[in-house]
Design a protein around this ligand. Structure first.
Ligand code: ADP
Length: 499
């Protein structure tokens, strides 16, 4: 079963924090306890020494002990947790706490053992006896001694035990607080992550339903913003595609309707005897049929170019020669229109691709230049190899290409208004529909050229200084390195050095 990002992140943050707090708190506790135990042990040790000094002071210069004061010292020590026994220079017991109150002593040892058992500091500690030799006086057969019984080396009294408990409580509280804080921080960061992801998922679902108006706002996290940006762009592109598709269908049916209606009217007139089926009437019908056929052909060309179905028909050929033969084919119509058509293609320009499609693209540009020029003007077609695509407004999409084939079709015709320039490659766009239709145009020619150029990793650009001042179309395609003999001689990679 899948869990939410939010619960996962919250849990992992809290677990991590708990582990860190346990480790750090545990280490701090061990160090603190060790220091504290050493301090306690030193305290007990010093109390034993103080007791020994006090005992020695209770002996008068004649060597006699004061039994009353000895007993009060022993009873006082007992209350402090020390079970004392005094021995004289012969080793004989002068006073013994156990003889004084045996029951209290064993009860005390038992309760000290029980108290220390739960503290965790009882390792190595227990009830022990220590003999401290006291200074001997002249005439003493041996040193008198104090035998101190106590729980050690570490024993916690009430205040010390209370201190340790409050230390543990403080560490526990800090740990719990930090784990809770980390959990909250995890929940917060998970929320920051999950809400844009959820929006992205919602946006993708909307796209799936065909709603292309999806725009995502940035979340402030780079990777997520990249995702949102990509989705927004996808949505925009899909929306444009959808719009284009709808417009294409609408425009295509509109374009088909006119010749169809005309053909139908002519045929009805013939059937009803309104017109006689003479040559002129039949010719008019034929023209309508040809126009319909031309539109269908253009639509097919566009579909083929759009689908990039050229990959199967690739061949490497000389584009310069192809352009020369395209120009030769248009010479008659140029002459008929009183125009000069010149091809300037002096050197071989190898390209690789679908030859008929690329020839068709050049043909479209040439035919446009002729159709939109008045008699007496010149159309010039130049083909060159070039090493630089840097002067182009938007370089072609193909990457890693250093040698380009450039076809420039320049005319002195009607020109293109600046506001129309960006639109001339749109489907069914015609700056002047009546002129275009009169010359047989559907506004699809340049769309086909662009689709063909892009399908070959190239691009096509339109430039014009303005209406009435001519136009220049530039078709840029990647050159085929295998077709450049001097490149092959240099070894493929040296394309850039071709002169
Ligand atoms: P059409 O079939 O109308 O020629 P195109 O797609 O080839 O369709 O061209 C679209 C429009 O771009 C034309 O209708 C025309 O307005 C403009 N255009 C194309 N080529 C030229 C040119 N050489 N000179 C001026 N205008 C041009």
């Amino acid at each position: 079963m899948s869990t939410t990002l939010r619960s996962r992140l919250t849990l992992s943050h809290a677990l991590l924090a708990a582990a860190a707090v346990l480790a750090a708190g545990g280490a701090a506790r061990i160090v603190a306890r060790d220091r504290f135990d050493k301090y306690i042990a030193a305290g007990i040790e010093s109390r034993v020494r103080t007791l020994a000094a006090s005992t020695a002071a209770l002996r008068d210069p004649g060597g006699e002990w004061d039994p009353g004061r000895l007993e009060s010292l022993g009873v006082g020590a007992l209350e402090d947790g020390f079970i004392l026994r005094f021995l004289d220079g012969n080793g004989a017991v002068v006073w013994d706490a156990r003889e004084h109150n045996a029951g209290l002593c064993s009860q005390m040892i038992a309760s000290m053992t029980v108290r220390m058992a739960g503290t965790g500091a009882d390792r190595g500690s227990g009830y022990r006896e220590r003999t401290v030799a006291l200074p001997a006086l002249p005439g003493d057969p041996g040193s008198p001694a104090l035998v101190a019984g106590y729980y050690g080396p570490v024993y916690y009294r009430d205040a010390e035990l209370a201190y340790l408990r409050s230390l543990d409580r403080a560490l526990g509280a800090v740990g719990l607080g930090l784990a809770a804080l980390a959990g909250l921080a995890g929940a917060w960061s998970a929320r920051r992550l999950s809400s844009p992801l959820r929006s992205a998922a919602r946006a993708a679902r909307s796209l799936g339903r065909g709603d292309f108006g999806v725009r995502l706002s940035p979340a402030g996290i780079r990777e997520l913003d990249e995702l949102s940006g990509a989705l927004s762009r996808l949505s925009e592109a899909l929306g444009e595609q959808e719009e284009l598709r709808k417009r294409l269908v609408a425009d295509a049916s509109h374009e088909l309707r006119t010749p169809l209606a005309s053909l139908r009217a002519r045929l009805e007139a013939l059937r009803d005897g309104v017109r006689v089926p003479d040559e002129a009437a039949l010719e008019a019908c034929l023209q309508d049929a040809l126009r319909l056929g031309g539109l269908v052909g253009s639509l097919e060309g566009l579909a083929r170019a759009d689908a990039s179905t050229y990959s199967g028909a690739r061949e490497t050929f000389d584009l310069a020669a192809a352009v020369r033969s395209v120009c030769a084919a248009y010479q008659d119509s140029a002459r008929a229109g009183g125009l000069r058509l010149r091809a300037d293609a002096p050197e071989p320009v190898p390209v690789s691709g679908d030859r008929p499609a690329l020839e068709g693209a050049v043909g479209n540009l040439v035919s446009n230049a002729l159709r939109f020029s008045d008699p007496g003007k010149t159309v010039e077609v130049r083909v060159r190899l070039t090493f630089d695509a840097g002067d182009l407004p938007e370089p072609p999409p193909a990457t890693g290409i250093r040698v380009w084939a450039r076809v420039e079709v320049e005319d002195e015709g009607i020109g293109i208004a600046p506001e129309d320039l960006p639109r001339v490659f749109e489907r069914f766009f015609r700056a002047d529909p009546s002129r275009s239709r009169a010359t047989g145009g559907f506004g699809l020619g340049l769309a086909i050229v662009r689709a063909a150029a892009r399908a070959h990793g190239g691009e096509v650009y339109a430039r014009s200084p303005g209406l009435g001042r001519g136009s220049r179309f530039l078709l840029v395609l990647p050159a085929a390195p295998e077709g450049l003999p001097y490149v092959a001689a240099l070894g493929g990679e040296e394309q850039g050095r071709v002169e």
